[in-house]
Design a protein around this ligand. Structure first.
Ligand SMILES: *Cc1c(COP(=O)(O)O)cnc(C)c1O
Length: 371
């Protein structure tokens, strides 16, 4: 047995987790207090406000679920979708496929729109689907598809849904804090994210926000939410600011200290500054990779700055290169996922990882490995 566990620090340039700053790690080490302690309740209120800042929303129901991004996904579906509801779901990568799976598991009718992996969700196909199907309850899609590095036009898609009287459920796990996301302005009804991507917090928390309309839909359900733990009508009592907080589950107290700290850091930098930092470093990485003759999976117009899917050059051993980067440079990049396994590498520039030194190191290391 190990006396204690001491991992070698790595530079995390994959699809998440991203590097966690010493300041955020320091917050984790603060004394654990009770989750109904008035000090902790004050912290939860601040987290709500900071998440409203990050999501650019005034939604009262804006919280962090005590579980990873996948639970945020599931929470949105099980709370807002009921058996036999008609839902348009867009699949252009792994995470869109999981949304479809979640929708089918609650017994709803998934109207699936498929796009080639690496392409954004097709606006035309979504318009067509709304024209073909009446009484669609929701449009569901991934804003930043981490499996491919493609960014979809969330603003336009939400607008189409609104014209057709449907709500929108948007996966913003990789977009939050890394590229433009405006929940209220774009009219997103339910959005979920993850702590370990562009927020650069420890994994295991999922920021979620519901519009007043989504809260209304939840409150007027015909059937009970099929998951007790994820039933947000029960969680609301725990996160709501007015006086009595009732016990629902024990919050991951120290992880929430860390989230608070990472959100403070985002606010200090400024949301728009954070977006432009990611964009600038993406451009730098791109020009360096071009010099090495490496190409991107996604067209210029739809590339995510925080997740760069690059094509593995002909004749190069995928796993061998990644192992070498890890062993020699302590640098982790992501493998391709799903149908892109063995075809792409995923280079993340998320949150605290997104800095000049890391981009320079990756370019130097890749050059050495590939030559
Ligand atoms: C990472 C990710 C998830 C899942 O988040 P976990 O924290 O791993 O559960 C969902 N959607 C997208 C787009 C992601 O990138």
């Amino acid at each position: 047995m190990l006396e204690t566990f001491n991992p070698t620090p790595r530079i995390l340039m994959g699809p998440g987790p991203s590097n966690v700053s010493p300041r955020v790690l320091g917050a984790l080490a603060k004394p654990t207090i009770g989750h109904l302690d008035p000090q902790f309740i004050k912290l939860m209120d601040e987290i709500k406000q900071l998440l409203q800042y990050a999501f650019v929303t005034k939604n009262e129901f804006t919280i962090a679920l005590s579980a990873p991004g996948s639970a945020g996904m599931e929470a949105c579906i099980v709370n807002l979708i009921e058996p036999n509801d008609k839902v348009i779901v867009c699949v252009n990568g792994v995470f869109g496929g999981r949304l479809k799976e979640n929708i089918e598991r609650v017994g709803a009718q998934a109207i699936v729109i498929e796009d080639t992996w690496g392409d954004p969700v097709s606006v035309g196909k979504v318009e067509h689907a709304f024209a073909m199907h009446k009484n669609v309850k929701a449009l569901v899609f991934v804003h930043a598809e981490t499996s491919t590095g493609a960014c979809s036009d969330a603003k336009t898609l939400c607008n189409i849904a609104k014209q057709n009287d449907a709500i929108t459920i948007v996966d913003a796990v990789t977009s939050l804090g890394g590229s433009e996301l405006k929940v209220d302005e774009w009219g997103i009804d339910a959005v979920y994210s993850g702590s370990q991507k562009c927020l650069s917090c420890v994994p295991g928390l999922s920021p979620v926000s519901f519009s007043p309309k989504a809260v209304e839909i939840l409150k007027s359900r015909k059937t009970k939410v099929p998951s007790w733990f994820l039933d947000q009508s029960l969680v609301m009592g725990y996160w709501s600011g007015e006086g009595k907080r009732s016990y629902h589950h024990t919050a991951p107290i120290n992880s929430l200290y860390a989230l608070h700290e990472s959100l403070l850091m985002l606010k200090n930098e400024g949301l728009e500054q954070a977006w432009s930092r990611h964009a600038q470093l993406h451009q730098r990485l791109k020009s360096g990779l071009a010099e090495l003759g490496i190409r991107f999976l996604v067209n210029d117009a739809h590339q995510l700055p925080q997740l760069n899917s690059i094509l593995i050059p002909e004749g190069v051993d995928d796993a061998q290169v990644r192992t070498h980067l890890l062993n020699k440079f302590n640098l982790e990049i992501g493998a391709g996922l799903g149908q892109l396994a063995g075809k792409t590498w995923r280079v993340g520039l998320m949150g605290a990882t997104a800095n000049e030194q890391n981009v320079a190191l990756l370019l130097t290391a890749l050059k050495e490995v590939l030559v």
